[in-house]
Each structure stands twice: as structure tokens, then as C-alpha cells.
Design a protein around this ligand. Sequence first.
Ligand code: GLA
Length: 403
Amino acid sequence: MNRRQVRLALPLAAAFAAILAAAVPAAAGAQTSRADNGLARTPPMGWNSWNHFGCDVSARLVREVADAMAANGMRDAGYAYVTIDDCWQVARDARGVLIADSARFPGGMKPLADYVHAKGLKFGIYTDAGRKTCQGRPGSYGHEALDARTFAGWGVDYVKVDWCWADGLDARTQYATMRDALLAAGRPIVFSICEWGENRPWEWGPGTGNLWRTTDDISDNWNSLLSNVNISMQFATAARPGAWNDPDMLEVGNGGMTRDEYRAHFSLWAMMAAPLIAGNDVRQLSDSTRRAGETRDILLNREVIAVDQDSIGRQAIVVQSPHPDLQVWARPLADGARAVLLFNRAPVQTTIHADWRRVGIRTKTARVRDLWAHKELGVLDGYSAMVPAHGVVMLRVTPIDDR
Ligand code: GLA
């Protein structure tokens, strides 16, 4: 693998200075580009096999996941794409067409896509812009047009394109080749760029794909989450309808973090207008265990999802940081309200205060709703709350014109 650590991130201190100096920025200009396939007007939502199942993918798993998502409320909450990550492909045939593992995917991909579609969901698949995938399966380099046509023929709605085995290749060029191949294939396909933020994709991603990874792979722990947040938060101005920063898939429900940490994870992704791609075993979501209940309350929190999916698509920035571990994040919403996150990165509970002016509220008072307690908190001229260790309080703050 030609994986490298992300080296492009600004030092955090410099990033903070820049962020704190900025007011909530004006909307990124309404740019259209050749990438504009009209898709992903809000951040994509769905499920992907990698975080929980790794290479252990099969048609049976995908069918069971689709069944679960249709039954457990996920589909109705907006989770649409069911994506098979690496390891489904084994070789190419004499004509160069990718062949799926026949033991794991008997019948191939077309019937599986049909099954997922019949459940009212969309079907996603994975390839690599280099010579091989990260797990050594055939990559799409030199086969872009054929692979795009193959995917379109199978009924694929979403393609994640990785960046292993790409030594000597130029990311911008290769992803543009894949973009053009997908556009030429004649089926609407969301294009997910996955080069881990190594080639400044926030600069060319909006002209190439619908989302681009900003970071190395997430793991199911707090430090990994913070590291991805620290990076992805720097590129807020690149996000816009159709084009999103991707700090990687969700770990919610995989067991490595506490309930408060997973709430923070989900809230931060929603504030950052990040794709919400569940990475857990969603077949267990309806279990009667405490853990399943907590996971359900997070992944199906419609008030938090509504922030992520807000139509103006503005990624939050940090507007107050009284201490490096304490942050207030804000993002403007389509109806004039602000989503506000009190974020405690420290391992002890602490009070955090949100100041309306810093949050971008110009009226003296505002109506405050707590999006985790699902409760109206009243009409207030600012808000202070005790925030749990490694936790958040997430609010919707609506200005009241009281002049
Ligand atoms: C890379 C990607 C991951 C996953 C694996 C699969 O590490 O960043 O998201 O797709 O490859 O091999």
C-alpha cells in the first residue's frame, strides 16, 4: 500500500486563530462545475461494510442489511445508500470486466442491486483509482470507462474510489478521468473520492466529485475521532450542496466509545455537513439491549439529522473557544436559525457558554431547543450548560425579533 499520513493539515493553533478570527462566513459562491451531476444536494446518508465487516462481505450480508434498514427506521430517516466496500472483486474476465467473488456474490451484482432497489434503497460499490485496491483486488486504473459502464449496467448509484497502488499517478488527473467516465456511463452515480486528504482534495474535489475524504481512516476511538475533526474542520468553506468534506464513515454502535462520545461523533458530523454513512452492524439496531437502544437513539435522531441535511449546506465553524478543550461551533440553517454545538473535548464535565453574537444571532433573545433532550429550553439571551466529559450539548437557536 502506498498509504501516507496526512501531512497537509495546518498546525492546529494556526487553524484556531484563523477560525476564531472569522465570523460565520458568507456562503461559498454558487459554483457549477463539470462535476455537477446534480446529486448529493445534501450530504449522502447510508451504510458501508468496511468499518464493521472489513473483507467479510457477501450478498447475504447486503440483503440482510437492506432488510434491516427498511424495517428499523433507518431508510425512513434518510439512510439511502447501501455500499459494499473493498473485497467484493476477484479478477477481470477476458474482456476486462470486473468479476465479483462468486462464492460470496453468487449471481453477481445486478440481482443484488435489484434487491436493494426493491427495498427502496440505493446501491453503492467500491473501487480504486490505482492499479489495485487497498486489499490487493483489481483497481480501475486504465479501465475507468469500462468499470463505469459496468457499474452503471449493474444499477450502481454510488461509487467510492480509493487511492492505493497509485504510485506515480496524479490524483487530480485520475479522479477527473473517473468523473468523466461516470458521467459518460449515463447513470446518476454519486462519486466518492477517497485519497485521504493527501492531495488537497478540498481544492479540486468540488469540481470532481460529490464528496472527498479529508483524513486517514477513522478508528473506533476518541483520539481518532478528534484527529479527523481537527483536520476536516479546516476546510469548511469548501463544502456546498453537491460537494462535501468527508471525515470518514461513522463508528457509532461499534462498541469502542461511550454513549457520550458517540453522541459527540454524530453531532460533529452533522455540524460539519459530513456524509452520515453508518459503519456498524445495523442488523442489531432493533435488539433489546441497552447498547442497541443507545445506538438507535443516535443514528435515528431526526433533529440532528435535519441539521446535517439542511438545504443551504454550510459547514459549521468554531466561533468560541475559551480553552483549547472547550468549543462552541455554529452553522447557519436555511430558516435563519443556527445549529449550535457546545463541545467538551476534555475528560471531565465542564460548563460551556454560547454567546449569541458569536454564534451569529443578531437579536437579543432567541428560542432554544435541545436536540438530544428533544426539549424546548425557552427564549434566552445566551446559553450555558454543563457538558459531559467527551460530550456535547446540541442546540437549535432561532432568533426572536424583539427590537
Ligand atoms: C482504505 C479506505 C477505507 C477502506 C479500505 C478498504 O483504507 O480509506 O475506507 O475503503 O481502504 O481496503
